[in-house]
Design a protein around this ligand. Structure first.
Ligand code: NAI
Length: 335
């Protein structure tokens, strides 16, 4: 970027700002940090900026991208791995460069998936609340050993492979599916590839590590959830829309599912990352999910480690500087 280029950062919180202000090259950027998400309604705030820096719940549809382009923005720097929230065809038409951070800390996300499963299974969240009230009873806190269980990893990319390796450490049987299997890795790690139907039908635990795309939208739906083993635990740290929430709730109510741990939620946009504790949550399905004793929800925090935030800030700054040197100006590229 040119000296003192202005960058508009959207949907930022104090922890984001701290890392971006310390990133290499930050001294050459005039940062405008906005709390609000970027949508076509807030895009005008980027006027005068050469770049916008956005996160998972900013919505960069064609209307939004057109406003950005008209106001002089030439780069959209995603500070996340997923890019399902950007209309890539529109960005290409408008000549906007797009960058992302393909891997910041796959360990952060994989470790959070395991933390969610252990917490939910061993009911640590409930035990913590009990003992704080001096209730030392164990009734209702029975879990199960992960040792010997079958864990289905759906998507063995950067995060899924690390999750699989951690689960192998519990001496669990790990099965996996992916249209592009990593066969050498699987052989070395004692992981077996199966088709999706087998994974769904035979896993005691299913952990989702695949991207959201038109063909993976509602991968877990009424039909596929019904095919799962009774008592199955589901962990989703990928994207909310991989699961049909209405069907999930039905299967929770029927008792078919043993437990559901979610770091992402289908309608999280506008809810997650914000403090709604002073008001009434208007999302009925989320309210219902939060009422189940065997559901655990975190607010899209799987990425939230020191290592990941440092890497996100470093790679985003590097992406911006590569655009300065013309690497991306030919059109939309995802780096
Ligand atoms: P990756 O691109 O390295 O791996 C994704 C894998 O999923 C690939 O191997 C791909 O072939 C596979 N896949 C695609 N379609 C599939 C299908 N239908 N069935 C089975 N596998 C399929 O991505 P990475 O880095 O492992 O991230 C996975 C997802 O995690 C991201 O797409 C993102 O949505 C989510 N994520 C969530 C974060 C959080 O804070 N909760 C943070 C970072 C990523």
């Amino acid at each position: 970027m040119h000296p003192m280029t202005t960058v508009a950062y959207f949907d930022t919180k104090p922890y984001d700002r701290a890392y971006f202000e310390r990133a290499p090259g930050a001294d050459r950027i005039t940062a405008q940090f906005h709390d609000c998400r970027l949508t076509h309604e807030t895009a005008a705030l980027a006027a005068g900026s050469a770049a916008v820096c956005v996160f998972v719940n900013d919505r960069l549809d064609r209307a939004c991208l057109e406003i950005l382009q008209r106001s002089g923005v030439r780069l959209v720097a995603l500070r996340c791995a997923g890019f399902n929230n950007v209309d890539l065809a529109a960005a290409k038409d408008l000549g906007l460069a797009i960058t992302r951070v393909p891997a910041y800390s796959p360990h952060a996300v994989a470790e959070h998936a395991v933390a969610l499963l252990l917490t939910l299974n061993r009911k640590i969240h409930r035990a913590h609340n009990r003992v704080r009230e001096h209730n030392f009873s164990l009734s209702g806190l029975v879990g199960f050993d992960l040792h010997g269980k079958t864990i289905g990893i759906i998507g063995t990319g950067k995060i899924g492979r690390i999750a699989a390796q951690i689960f192998r450490g519990f001496d669990a049987q790990v099965i996996a599916c992916d249209p592009f299997p990593s066969l050498d890795w699987a052989r070395d790690r004692g992981v077996t590839y199966v088709d999706i139907d087998t994974a769904l039908a035979t896993s005691d635990i299913i952990s989702l590590h695949l991207p959201l795309a038109p063909d993976t939208h509602h991968l877990l739906n009424e039909r596929t959830l019904a095919r799962m083993k009774p008592g199955v635990f589901i962990v989703n740290t990928s994207r909310g829309k991989l699961i049909d929430t209405t069907a999930l709730i039905q299967q929770l109510k029927s008792g078919h599912l043993g437990g559901v741990a979610l770091d992402v939620y289908e309608e999280e946009e506008g809810i997650f990352f914000e403090d709604h504790s002073g008001g009434v949550l208007q999302d009925d399905e989320l309210n219902l999910l939060l009422s189940f004793p065997n559901v655990l929800v975190t607010s899209h925090q799987a990425f939230l480690t020191h290592e990941a935030l440092s890497e996100i800030a470093r790679v985003t700054a590097e992406n911006m500087s590569r655009v300065e040197h013309g690497d991306f100006l030919a059109g939309t590229r995802l780096a």
